[in-house]
Each structure stands twice: as C-alpha cells, then as structure tokens.
Design a protein around this ligand. Structure first.
Ligand SMILES: NC(=O)c1ccc[n+]([C@@H]2O[C@H](COP(=O)([O-])OP(=O)(O)OC[C@H]3O[C@@H](n4cnc5c(N)ncnc54)[C@H](OP(=O)(O)O)[C@@H]3O)[C@@H](O)[C@H]2O)c1
Length: 245
C-alpha cells in the first residue's frame, strides 16, 4: 500500500507535542489512527479534535513501560481494522539533569520509556507485521544521539539506544518490513524542560521559545517516510531548527 490514505497507524505518546501533531497530520491525510498515552483527558482531546474534523481515531490508555499495554494498542488496531500498517514509537520523557543531582527515578524513567518502551512496541507489533508480510516501524529518536550536550547524558544514551535498536531491527527486517528513525532537534512542545530542575527547565524553555521548530515539522518528516511506495525504506531523517548548533 502506497501513501497514507487508509493506512492503520498506531502512535505512542499521542496526547501532546510531536505525537499529537503527527496524529492530526496523518488523520488529515486519511490515516486510521489508534493513539496511545497515559493522560486520558489529553488523549481524549486529540481523538475528539480528529473525529470532529472527519478523521478516524481511537484512544487507548497506554503506559509504554508495560508490555501488556503495547499489546492492547496493537490488538485494538487489529480488532478494529483487521491490521496494523505502521507503529510510531514516540512516547518520551526529557527529564534531563546533571549527574550530581542524582535524579535516579528520572534516569530510570528515561530508560524504561525509551528503551523498554520501544522494545515493548517491537514485541507487540513484529508478530503482526510478520503475519501480514508488511508493516512499518517509525521510531522517534533525537539529535541528542548525534551530539551529546551536557547535562543530557542519560537522555542522549537512551536515544542512542533507540538509534542502535532501529538500525539492528532494519537489518533483520527483511524485504517485507520498513524501519525508520526520525531524529528531531529542538521542537516546541510542552515536554521541553518538564521534570528538569527549576533553573535548567527555565533555561530550556527560554531556548525553546527562541529557536525551536514547530512539532508539525516532525510530523511532516514522519509522513514522508510513511507515504513512500512499498519497498522504499527511509532509514533516518534528522530534522532540526536551522538555529540549532
Ligand atoms: N521536543 C523536543 O525538543 C524533542 C527533541 C528530540 C526528540 N524528542 C522526542 O520526541 C518525543 C515526543 O516528545 P515531545 O517533545 O512531543 O514531548 P511531550 O509533549 O511531553 O510528549 C511526550 C508524549 O509521550 C507520552 N509519554 C511519556 N511517557 C509515557 C509512557 N510511559 N507511556 C506512554 N506515553 C508516555 C506523553 O503522554 P502521557 O504523559 O499522557 O502518557 C506525551 O504524549 C519524545 O520521545 C522525545 O524524546 C523531542
């Protein structure tokens, strides 16, 4: 299947930011969305915005750190539409901090969300994709995996893991599946600075407001990878603001 219209696309972290913008962008192009996140009200608002505009979207409460939640997301797509064409693994947390702050719960959350969460998505969708003999993994990484900036080491390490897992998966995918890494730079979302200490959060938000690109720029990059003809795999897209060093 070429293009976006009619594709069944599941997105994690769809309740705000890049995930919500991607859901809206793909819905406007005729995709059938199954959207996952933890905050019911915010997820419901994205689903309502899409359906009010004539699009198709279903919300599923998903914590990506839980295997069974990813299975439920994938099962919802298969039960409702008979298949899953694309899984966008986007859920993330940018609770960056210097090592000396010892915010170990935040370190754990980044590992659990970006690494275990991605693996949970692969574990849930891969058997479906193999059975269908088609499917597309789109994983959201970060430019932090290209240029490590202090104090983002733990975040950058988990996003480097996303990059490595994506490339390994691509090599094992075979001729029927597609695997794409989309690596955004600074993007104007509520996630920037969330969970960071007050001083660092303020600095990140100030920089975001000065140079960040809109989340729609990342949504367009994801759509570009999805709409390619069968047999054409976009390996990686790095998209960042021109002002980002
Ligand atoms: N903004 C940037 O500058 C930037 C740059 C590079 C990469 N990224 C990446 O882009 C992705 C999206 O981030 P964003 O900027 O759009 O921030 P955001 O607005 O905070 O979005 C993060 C999304 O992930 C969800 N999420 C977090 N933990 C989750 C979990 N355990 N289970 C399920 N969903 C979870 C959140 O929903 P709930 O809280 O409702 O669960 C939310 O929908 C992340 O992977 C981030 O690392 C962002």
């Amino acid at each position: 299947m070429t293009g976006i219209r009619g594709k069944v696309i599941a997105i994690t972290g769809a309740s705000s930011g890049i995930g919500a913008a991607t859901a809206i962008h793909l819905a406007e192009r005729g995709a059938l969305l199954v959207l996952g996140a933890r905050r019911e009200d915010r997820l419901g608002a994205v689903v309502d915005a899409i359906t009010a505009n004539g699009g198709a979207a279903t919300g599923v409460l998903v914590d990506v750190t839980r295997r069974e939640d990813l299975r439920r997301l994938v099962d919802t797509a298969v039960d409702r539409y008979g298949r899953l064409d694309v899984l966008v693994s986007n859920a993330g947390t940018m609770a960056v901090s210097p090592f000396d702050d010892l915010r170990q719960d935040d370190w754990d959350a980044m590992v659990a969300t970006h690494v275990t969460g991605l693996l949970n998505g692969i574990g849930a969708a891969l058997p479906v994709f193999r059975r269908q003999r088609s499917g597309h993994f789109v994983n959201v990484g970060s430019t932090a995996a290209h240029v490590v900036k202090s104090p983002q080491a733990v975040y950058a390490a988990t996003k480097t893991a996303v990059k490595v897992l994506t490339e390994g998966l691509r090599q094992e995918a075979g001729p029927d599946l597609r695997v794409t890494l989309v690596s955004p730079g600074f993007t104007d979302t509520e996630g920037v600075g969330k969970g960071a200490g007050p001083e660092l959060a303020a600095a990140m938000i100030a920089q975001r407001d000065e140079i960040a690109m809109p989340p729609g720029a990342v949504a367009s990059a994801i759509a570009y990878a999805v709409e390619q003809p069968e047999g054409v795999d976009v390996g990686e897209i790095v998209v960042r603001p021109t002002a980002q060093s």
